[in-house]
Design a protein around this ligand. Sequence first.
Ligand SMILES: [Fe+2]
Ligand SMILES: [Fe+2]
Length: 316
Amino acid sequence: MSVKTNSVEEASISRLAELWVGGAEPTEADLRAARSIAAKMGEFEGLKPFPAVVQSLVDYVSTPDFTMDRVGELIESDPALAARIMRVANSAAYRVYEGCTSIGRAVVRIGATGVVELAMGMAAMGMFKDLGGVGRKIRDHSAGTAAVARELAFRLVRSTQSSKLFLAGLLHDIGKLLMIQSGDRQYVELVAKDPSPSSWHLKERELLGFDHGQLGAHVLRVWNLPQPIPQIIASHHCPNAGQGSSVAVAQAVDLLRVADEIEWLLDQGVGSESLQVNRLLHSPEADRVGLTDTKVAELWDDLKAVRHEAISMFGR
Ligand SMILES: [Fe+2]
Ligand SMILES: [Fe+2]
């Protein structure tokens, strides 16, 4: 009997351990957090963010002999999705040197996987259309962070993962949006009392036992969003958490953390020579991605421009 109980407990612990996507081996505290997330996630299980066409795209590009032409055709079968992808392909965030006039060219420019990831990001964000006040601010911040993260990936480290960074930025605070949308009274009160987002994750950990990064990551995994996006998102409020992961994931976490901070600074109209920017430059993640005062001065206006454009693309 006790053997049976132990094996049930072990199975439950291993399920919780699997739920932990922080990157390192879960500690007892991580398992406690996973247990609270599991309880919370029940509320979001019925949500189906991906329309049939996005699901078909995901399935299709996972087959070994997919073609770019067929990816284009699938996207064109949904005119609203096709229009948004064209907009992104022609945006400054995707570094356009000449206009992109067809879905076929957009697929080639962004790459088939990049296009599918983008479609998933748009569909997930599309769930939060009717947000007011603080929810809309978070959605705009997410779009801005996506563009800044992609620009930094491209300009600082010439990362080949810049499309992934765009998606990670777009979805990094989805846990906050889910909590707000679920109408959790305590959470809404917490958010209403403290409009400054820099310490939300600490208060969430106190109130819920986990933060919005961890919650968002788990929900995205349930929605079949491929790794490493959930892993990057899970770690975005854990300094140095990415360091135990692969080089690409660690770098993506650093870039996302820097982009997250820069987006808030741009939102407040802060200049590139401000005290806040100087403080960011002294952070370990800024150091690791090579963000220096010279680089900030060189990039600031471009970051402002891509942020502004992304907010107008995903907001309203
Ligand atoms: Fe966050
Ligand atoms: Fe954020």
